[in-house]
Design a protein around this ligand. Structure first.
Ligand code: GFB
Length: 320
């Protein structure tokens, strides 16, 4: 079924970007700064998003009309497996506080950011939105997945019971400015970029890549996601979540060699098979957003070059 286009205007609206310091939130901020709207941000020291009174008081004061909910506790496969409580509790609290308060202060539109890891591990690939909750979750990121699914369901519940215009967007694996470059807790693009760069500078003879190198991942430059979020805020109004993928699928092995090439590292690459692979494949079916008229602009090489440039420009800042 083709979704109907709508024409919701963001012009002059008070728009709260929740999580503006993160990779996704900061990309949405860059995008919205070019539009004519009143951007709202809050700092962690002033509002604990896990606290219901903090969130509600802030929203009563600021009266946002639109919310981009991009705040979350995120991380790569290692962080997901080792901090289950943070990933489940923090993410549910953040989403539930904001979604519930959005209804209380009459927010016109809320855009909730989920993740491709919400889909069952054995669902048919590429993952269609309709495969949600049709099977068992991937064990390595089940806590994060459950929290994100709860957020989607809460948006749907508010829509059904209170007619709230809350939509859910499922992005694929992302990379871009403000990523978490921690080698242990970050996602694969950030961890590898950092590792290859350090190895180049220190002239280390080999770099370790986790797992077999066989898993396939779809990667997207975060500015494309920000563009899609704004597009969907204007053009999408449906209870069903909507996927945002790039179609740029690559094996971890080839991805590692691409990063090695971009960084200019000359040493060897070693695959550590004792580390987890996670899901074998995670490709999104993005037919729905394509039919609405949106497509990504960055190819993988272009995005990764910008990513490395940002990393080099900000490396001193990252060390602090
Ligand atoms: O990005 P990543 O941690 O997350 O790992 P997922 C992707 C793949 O890269 C896995 C391999 O097969 C890893 O084994 N890999 C190789 C590495 N070297 C490294 C490395 O140095 N660091 C990391 N992190 N991986 C995440 C979920 O799954 O996807 C999150 O855990 C979220 O919850 C995110 O949904 C989008 O793609 O496996």
């Amino acid at each position: 079924m083709v979704e109907k286009r709508i024409n919701y205007s963001l012009k002059n609206k008070r728009i709260w970007i929740v999580g503006h310091n993160g990779m996704v939130g900061s990309a949405i901020l860059r995008k919205l700064k070019r539009l004519n709207c009143q951007i709202q941000i809050c700092q962690r020291k002033d509002v604990d998003l896990r606290s219901q009174p903090d969130v509600l008081n802030w929203m009563k004061k600021k009266k946002p009309e639109v919310i981009f909910l991009a705040a979350a506790k995120v991380g790569g496969i290692f962080a997901n497996m080792n901090y289950p409580q943070d990933f489940l509790y923090d993410n549910i609290m953040i989403s539930f506080n904001i979604i519930n308060s959005a209804k209380l202060v009459d927010v016109e539109k809320l855009i909730y950011l989920g993740s491709s890891c919400i889909y069952p591990r054995k669902a048919k690939q590429p993952f269609c939105e309709s495969s949600l909750l049709t099977g068992e979750l991937e064990s390595t990121n089940q806590w994060y997945s459950l929290a994100k699914i709860s957020g989607i369901k809460l948006c749907q519940a508010f829509r059904i019971q209170h007619n709230c215009n809350f939509i859910s967007i499922m992005p694929t694996n992302l990379f871009g400015p403000m990523d978490n470059f921690d080698e242990k807790n970050g996602h694969v693009p950030a961890a590898l970029l950092n590792r290859f760069h350090k190895a180049k500078i220190k002239e280390v003879p080999s770099v370790e890549v986790w797992g077999s190198g066989n898993p396939l991942r779809e990667f997207m430059y975060v500015d494309d996601l920000a563009d899609a979020c704004v597009f969907l805020a204007k053009n999408y109004d449906s209870i069903e979540p909507i996927n945002v993928g790039s179609g740029l699928e690559i094996s971890i092995k080839n991805f590692a060699f691409l990063i090695k090439q971009i960084v200019g590292y000359k040493g060897k690459v070693i695959f550590d098979k004792s580390k987890p692979d996670g899901p074998k494949r995670k490709l999104l079916d993005s037919t729905k957003i394509k039919k609405l008229g949106w497509s990504p602009k960055y190819n993988l090489k272009k995005g990764l070059k910008l990513y490395y440039k940002w990393y080099l420009d900000n490396i001193t800042l990252l060390r602090k």
